[in-house]
Write a protein that binds this ligand. Sequence first.
Ligand SMILES: Cc1cc2nc3c(=O)[nH]c(=O)nc-3n(C[C@H](O)[C@H](O)[C@H](O)COP(=O)(O)OP(=O)(O)OC[C@H]3O[C@@H](n4cnc5c(N)ncnc54)[C@H](O)[C@@H]3O)c2cc1C
Length: 418
Amino acid sequence: MASETPQRNIVIIGGGIIGCTTAYFLTRHPSYSPQRHNITILESQSIASGASGKAGGLLALWAYPSNIVPLSYKLHAELAKEHDGANRWGYRAVHCGSLSARGRLHEPTDTKGGEAAEGKGEEWQKLPKTDPNAKAKMAAKGIPKDLDWFDADAVTGYSEMGDPRTTAQVHPYLFTTSMADLAVEAGAKVILGSATAIDYTGPHGVKAVTYEDKETKKIHTLPASDVILAAGPWTSHIFPEAPIDAMRAHSVVVQADVSPYAIFSEIDLPRDFGRKGGGDVRVRRHGKTVSPEMYARPDGTVYACGEGDHLVPLPKSSDLVQCDPDRCQDIIDYVSSISTPLRQGAILARQACYLPSVSTGGGPLIGETGIRGLLLATGHTCWGIQNSCATGKLMSEFVFEGKAKSANVASLDPRRFL
Ligand SMILES: Cc1cc2nc3c(=O)[nH]c(=O)nc-3n(C[C@H](O)[C@H](O)[C@H](O)COP(=O)(O)OP(=O)(O)OC[C@H]3O[C@@H](n4cnc5c(N)ncnc54)[C@H](O)[C@@H]3O)c2cc1C
């Protein structure tokens, strides 16, 4: 790396969680000097406009890859302590469990979105929490006492996957934007514009990044001594050699103030499953098993996401991502089929985003590319929130020390994949 040059222009392409934690850790590195080091996050649309603003936010010591997970999990806890992450980005330890259930067909409680379904359907008083019979049924199935937001008749089994020592959570949008803000407070800059090319024809490798300004649409050139490409699923649009694939996934956020659990579910749907009545004739035959994930959040909401699809290719930018309302409604129907609070809660968000993965398997890709000054930090699949802190820390070491020190990431060396 160009550590001998006093002036460094470090450009991070992508203002998702990976780009923003990288900026944060660069500004916290002992060698960082705001006088000598210009750090720029170049983000095409807005900070956290991709998966980083629409993910679940689970952190787990049993995530993968094992060479960076413990470091990242520990750094999440340290950052939360240092910056009041509990209040600022909803950091907290949670239980995590796997729940099996039999879904039931219910009348729709929210077909238009937005409005709460209070007064319609079943009442809160019928919740298992307040019904002694239901409580006894839940206890007989091994369900923890405080996991009281699923219907007793629907649940068929539960097993613990993590306890508050091994699983935690953040609100990914709030965490990512906080990382960007903290980096900016320490001297980093954010530019809204889309990188169109990386020029690495200089005598010392990387020379500049050209981008189209988001507002003016004018093309500009940013001088660069170091470029960290952290554009998630868009990485191969900028650097086609990077073997990064994109898979679309939908999610919803439901208003429901429930106990702190992250739930991986397996729901057997009845053959005639869907929504009836209310003028809605969307009744479908399922008879299959679906597996939405549900994460209770400290802000009185539950985030739920469904399975991924490859039906719509990755668009040019995050603002053009197509959200299919039917896919979101599926998730709402699935989780509503086993939980009264989720059935009754207002739907606060219906959204879609793209997951970045390494097409050959493995990853993420963290480190040098073989082109001097060009580093990759991408392909984090479904653990990018969990592994963001370790990635950011390691990138700061690559830039300022020329190699990773906090973890052995030889198996994630991009040169093995390019
Ligand atoms: C439904 C779902 C649930 C998830 N849940 C979890 C979870 O619970 N825990 C967990 O650890 N992980 C989870 N993940 C995974 C996690 O969201 C991703 O791994 C992570 O967000 C990837 O971050 P990123 O910064 O690499 O990419 P992104 O968030 O996609 O950010 C890339 C950024 O680059 C910008 N960009 C693109 N092209 C350009 C360009 N040319 N110039 C400038 N900027 C550009 C984009 O606008 C975007 O903001 C989940 C993912 C999905 C889809």
